[in-house]
Design a protein around this ligand. Structure first.
Ligand code: SF4
Length: 882
């Protein structure tokens, strides 16, 4: 990895790191306001996916939080910080340190995380700090600790390119880690490299795989137990390597023993497919097994991780080029949070509460007499404790648990009941709405610190624009509260560089090679060197050191120094969209990222859809024991019969369906505490459709009185899809109903066309002669509505007298509206905003036969490549119907 003293500075540009996913791509913020890929960053070498490509579009301050709020009213920082410190102190004095908690985020920079962890565990004296990374990768942490004695990803991204077999388990990398996926495909294009995708759903990733194993949800342990037994039966083990570097094989194999027919029955897989996968794994020396949320987000997640690692330890395929188990994180700095101890059951710098000498070591390093001596409450338990009153003061930083946690309604009730809730964030969301104190945070492009990606590379996030209003970095706010609570010296840093130096020094404190996480070689960085720090992989034990693969020659962090195979006896267990991220707090404000998928859809198999009497686009009610919701259905031949898939992103802000978290189980993995987010029993039924509607509005209103709505932001306003399951009312009730949809401002001019015979209602609202909103409702399930993007172009425009009739006339239904603009259709390529209609027309007009030819013609698919599988589908469809 090239070191570059000028790493932070190119003329007129600033190098930083993408804030979306654990791939951790380098970006360059240019003087012209564009954000492009950093060709020197080892993770991406200049590539970006659709989310990274749209980063510049997230830098709009419109709805940002810019001042502290106390009880919803603007306050100054002194008032807010005094109040937070005073309420936390008073709560601790009356009820003890475990009556308060922090819930933080993989969005936090390492420096933010370090200060939060030091404040809670070191000085308040409670373990009650947990992170939303608990929902993402806690099972990997627990699995790594069990197998390696430390939370370490042994390999590097390069291993995916060097492998001859890459197994993707519960990992839709084409959508969730697109740049890494493109690196994998580029390697596959150059030489024989097999990809096996293990996923209950046929995702975009499966299109690129040589074999897709649609495993029964939660049955991954049975699948990898079967593999371990097969490797033993075929004598495909590395006994020499195991004799030198591993332990626990016999017990792990005994727990994994099952017949081939038992494996097929448990996994629901075709025995021939199983046999092919097992034979490929057994006969290929270079194998990487990648796993992410589909493995982690499970009540048996830790066992899944260890079942995978067992197969790698048993074959010695770890820490060597092209080999290894490889956990990929969802969040940009989940790894940094793990390094500082952001999880409730970790201490700091990868030290643990079950190591008495570590507790003493951290106590002495921090000079922290109150140091917590036992783990705190993990995310789901933490909010249970808020609900039942054990936690009375809570500080939430950079995360939206009101939407993202399981049983989201229960979380909202807990927040409403909690005597004191502080939320630090950039934008208002469903959690800030429930806070007593809201603290405006500096966001990406304004923050200054470090993040660690999934291959242990530490990169800088650098500021290149001022934070809006009074927004501040989280570490500064936490340190200010720590000082006000009485610990002036311990929280006296004046720069993020100073925080980082302390974090780096702690990692090397009394280490002497016993803990793999050691970045003490960075503890003496000057402020200037920190500013210029080039991406560097840990461990960094001395200045100029650079970490590589780990454990190839043993050296595990277990007491024996051996890697541990862990018995994972089978026990039955108790989604994401391409262009969206988490609860859409950032991506939901970028119109082109909602152009590909603008609403949450429940994917149903054709057989289930037929059984329920549901067509593509119809409404379905989905009901669990916790809640019910209404969403649109999409018919997906890749969905297993008897199961449906619902994405995680949407919230009450964007759709009447609200967060999927309302429905899901809170069953926990007994080791990692990670909740089961991938599997919840539900029932589904069709919801009748009486009418459909399209609303275009300058404001983000929340339509009332409809069975279903979803909102997509546009550059000119917002577009709403509406569906009603009751007939449209008549007379005065219709007027009230329309007002509930439009929320017309006082004095607005109202144009209306009603055609009761055809079941049509069209309304336009003008304010000062400009189009404020327009509404089109049509009775019936197959109702035709005008194309959205044509009418959206008119929002906010002066409407001339000549143009008024065309606003409400049927002319717009033809695809060309009053502006003469032709619709490009639903966006397929978000990077270059290329629509379905444009692509289909180009295929026909230019006789295109491949995704590459479409790329050459329209640029679609030539940036992040995550729409390539969809382009191939469109090609198939166009040619089939020719
Ligand atoms: S793959 Fe995409 S979202 Fe992830 S870090 Fe790279 S550019 Fe950002």
């Amino acid at each position: 990895m090239a070191r570059d003293a000028e790493a932070g500075a190119l003329a007129g540009t600033v190098r930083s790191t993408c804030p979306y996913c654990g791939v951790g791509c380098g970006v360059v913020a240019q003087a012209d306001g564009q954000v492009v890929g950093d060709t020197d960053h080892p993770a991406n070498r200049g590539r970006l996916c659709s989310k990274g490509s749209a980063l510049a579009e997230t830098l709009k301050d419109g709805e940002r939080l810019t001042r502290p709020l106390i009880d919803g009213r603007a306050a100054d920082w002194t008032q807010a910080l005094d109040l937070v410190a005073q309420r936390f102190k008073a709560t601790i004095a009356e009820h003890g340190p475990d009556s308060v908690a922090f819930y933080v985020s993989g969005q936090c920079l390492t420096e933010d995380y370090y200060v939060a962890n030091k404040l809670m565990k070191g000085f308040i004296g409670s373990g009650n700090i947990d992170t939303n990374s608990r929902l993402c990768m806690a099972s990997s942490v627990a699995g790594h600790n069990r197998a390696f004695g430390a939370d370490v990803v042994p390999g590097t991204y390069e291993d995916l390119e060097l492998a001859d077999l890459v197994v993707l388990v519960g990992s839709n990398s084409a959508w969730c880690h697109p740049v890494l996926h493109q690196r994998l495909l580029a390697a596959k294009a150059k030489r024989p490299l097999r990809i096996v995708a293990i996923d209950p759903r046929r995702t975009a990733t499966c299109e690129d795989a040589d074999l897709h194993l649609a495993v029964r949800p939660g049955a991954d342990v049975a699948l990898f137990n079967g593999l371990l037994a097969h490797l033993a039966d075929q004598d495909a083990l590395d006994h020499t390597w195991m004799a030198a570097h591993a332990e626990g094989f016999e017990a792990a194999l005994a727990a994994a023993r099952q017949t081939a027919s038992q494996t097929a029955a448990l996994t629901g897989l075709d025995p021939a497919d199983l046999a092919r996968f097992y034979q490929w794994f057994a006969s290929t020396p270079r194998v990487v097994t990648v796993y992410s949320q589909g493995v982690n987000q499970s009540s048996v997640g830790t066992d899944k991780v260890n079942a995978i690692i067992n197969c790698h330890l048993a074959t010695g395929r770890i820490g060597k080029p092209g080999c290894g188990p490889f956990s990929i994180t969802g969040q940009p700095n989940a790894m940094g949070g793990r390094e500082v101890g952001g999880l409730a059951n970790q201490l700091a710098a990868h030290m643990r509460f079950d190591q008495p000498e570590a507790i003493d070591r951290v106590r002495r390093f921090w000079r922290a007499p109150n140091l917590a001596t036992r783990p705190g409450l993990k995310a789901v338990e933490m909010f249970d404790a808020v609900l039942d009153g054990r936690i009375k003061a809570l500080w939430i930083i950079a995360t939206n648990p009101a939407d993202s946690l399981p049983r989201a309604d229960r979380v909202r009730e807990a927040l409403a009941r909690c005597p004191f809730v502080v939320v630090s964030d950039c934008w208002p969301n469903d959690t800030t709405a429930l806070a007593d104190v809201v603290l405006p945070a500096a966001g990406w492009g304004e923050r200054d610190g470090t993040v660690t990606n999934s291959e242990r590379v530490i990169s800088r996030q650098r500021p290149f624009r001022p934070a809006p209003g009074e927004a501040r970095a989280d570490w500064r706010v936490l340190a200010a509260v720590g000082q006000r609570m009485g610990w002036k010296d311990a929280f006296s840093w004046t720069s993020p560089a100073a925080v980082f130096r302390e974090h780096a020094a702690l990692s090397g404190f009394e280490n002497a090679g016993s803990r793999p996480f050691d970045i003490s070689g960075l503890a003496m960085l000057t402020d200037g060197q920190y500013d210029a720090l080039a991406p560097v992989r840990w461990p960094v034990r001395w200045a100029g050191d650079e970490g590589g693969r780990l454990f190839g020659q043993g050296g595990f962090a277990t007491p024996s120094g051996r890697g541990r195979l862990v018995p994972t006896p089978w026990r039955p267990p108790a989604g994401r969209i391409r262009d969206q991220w988490h609860t859409m707090t950032r991506t939901g404000r970028v119109p082109r990222l909602l152009a590909h998928t603008g609403e949450p859809r429940a994917a149903l198999s054709p057989a289930d859809a037929a059984r329920l009497g549901v067509k593509d686009g119809d409404l379905v009610r989905i009901e669990s024991v916790h809640a019910s919701t209404v969403v649109r259905a999409t018919i997906d031949a890749g969905q297993r019969v008897g199961e449906l898939f619902l994405p995680m992103h949407w919230t009450d802000e964007f759709c009447s369906a609200g967060p999927a978290g309302r429905l899901v189980n809170a069953a926990l993995d007994p080791v990692s505490g990670q909740p089961e987010l991938k599997l919840t029993p539900v029932r589904a039924e069709a919801v009748p459709v009486a009418w459909r509607g399209l609303l275009l509005h300058r404001a983000a209103v929340r339509p009332q009185g409809v069975a279903y709505w979803s909102r997509v932001p546009l550059s000119t306003g917002h577009a709403f899809e509406l569906v009603g399951s009751d007939p449209l009312p008549a007379g005065a009730a219709l007027t009230r109903f329309v007002e509930g949809l439009l929320h017309p401002p006082a004095g607005a001019e109202w144009l209306q066309l009603t055609d009761a015979g055809r079941g049509l209602l069209r309304v336009a609202i003008l304010v000062d002669g400009r189009l404020e909103a327009c509404l089109f409702l049509a009775a019936g399930d197959g109702a035709q509505l005008p194309p959205r993007d044509v009418l959206a172009a008119l929002l906010g425009d002066k409407v001339t007298d000549a143009a008024r009739p065309s606003l409400l006339s049927g002319r717009a239904l033809g695809g060309v509206g009053a502006t003469g603009v032709k619709s490009a259709g639903r966006t397929v390529c978000a990077c270059f905003s290329v629509g379905l209609v444009t692509i289909r027309e180009a295929i026909v007009a230019h006789r295109l036969t491949s995704a590459e030819e479409i790329g050459a013609c329209l640029k679609a698919g030539t940036n992040c490549g995550s729409c390539i599988s969809e382009l191939k589908e469109i090609l198939r469809d166009v040619h089939a119907s020719a």
